[in-house]
Design a protein around this ligand. Structure first.
Ligand SMILES: [Zn+2]
Length: 334
């Protein structure tokens, strides 16, 4: 995917972050600044054969809206909420967008557009973004958690993204915390995600409401149990609702032991907690730090700083732009 680049004219990358619900698109400069952004619904029901054109159409719209020619763009990065085989650059697992599976999307988009196109797991992009311009600046060994519907991570070791032998590294949401636990979306019982992801927390909250337990959760969600989010749960917990407090505390405890296990395996200098759920801030950070101090090996826990992400929703698109610039040999601005 190497192309010769005239750094005098080419200063922008187009980063397409495909989520389960929305696709976020950003035009990013070599300083990592988001120059302009777009958002549209992800095509979940799209036929597989139309997926490349969906992405191509987005890039063409960005070029049109921003008045840029292809020659003024270094390349494109497409971030996917799934596993990519690094050897074939093929999407091998994408539970929220199953029609996108089996596709060598980067190659197909690159052929049509004539622009270098990279394909990356979204959690890896977030880790790269946070290391470039966010919480992980200057840190060579870090694990960046994206706490969302599921739990994703990007692993940076010795200053480089670690993808594993086939590209699947970082599936920390599926470490097994109870061999006989509840079924996970991946099909296995007892994964960390079944206890500590947004999907799990919201599920436990709705169950509590349906069981008629005394809680303000449904009322806070406008009387509709289906409208409960993790924010509802954490806000209710903060306000002292006993059911919400229990659900939040259990989820955080599982998250904490998951992080402690990762600290024991990788001895990172930093753990970054990002993603929608991490917006609960200190409510999650403080207990996770306590659990890690208590449950991870002492010397490792002492050296693992646990911090909030700094780039919010932009971490992924910024990390995607970083991949494009680095891959195409474009110097980054300080
Ligand atoms: Zn799982």
């Amino acid at each position: 995917m190497k192309h010769s680049v005239d750094v005098e004219t080419k200063r922008r990358a187009i980063s397409v972050d495909v989520g389960g619900t929305f696709t976020k698109v950003a035009l990013v400069d070599t300083a990592g600044k988001v120059v302009r952004r777009w958002q549209e619904p992800s095509e979940r029901q799209i036929a597989s054969s139309d997926v490349p054109q969906f992405v191509v159409g987005i890039v063409q719209r960005v070029l049109r809206d921003s008045g840029l020619s292809k020659e003024e763009v270094v390349g494109v990065c497409v971030g996917i909420p799934g596993v990519i085989d690094r050897r074939t650059q093929t999407i091998i697992s994408c539970p929220n967008l199953t029609n996108w599976e089996g596709m060598a999307l980067g190659e197909l988009v690159e052929e049509t557009l004539g622009l270098p196109t990279y394909l990356e797991k979204d959690a890896n992009e977030a880790a790269l973004g946070e290391r470039w311009l966010g919480a992980g600046r200057g840190v060579d060994d870090l694990i960046c958690f994206t706490l969302g519907t599921g739990i994703g991570t990007g692993i940076i070791l010795n200053g480089a993204l670690y993808r594993g032998s086939t590209g699947g590294a970082g599936e920390i949401g599926h470490i097994i915390v109870d061999k006989d636990g509840p079924a996970c979306a991946c099909g296995n019982p007892g994964c960390l995600e079944s206890y500590a992801s947004a999907r799990a927390i919201v599920g436990y909250a709705r169950d509590a409401v349906q069981q008629g337990r005394a809680t303000v959760l449904a009322e806070m969600a406008g009387g509709d149990a289906d409208a409960i989010t993790t924010e509802t749960v954490f806000t209710a917990a903060k306000a002292g609702d006993p059911v919400a407090m229990r659900i939040a505390a259990d989820a955080i405890e599982y998250l904490g032991v998951g992080v402690a296990s990762i600290v024991n395996v990788f001895n990172p200098a930093m753990i970054i907690l990002g993603g929608g759920m991490a917006q609960a801030g200190e409510q999650i950070l403080v207990p996770v730090r306590q659990i890690v101090r208590k449950r991870a090996r002492r010397l490792l826990a002492e050296h693992a700083e646990i911090v909030p992400a700094q780039l919010g929703n932009d971490a992924g698109v910024i990390g995607g732009a970083y991949l494009v610039f680095r891959g195409e040999g474009v110097a980054l601005e300080e």
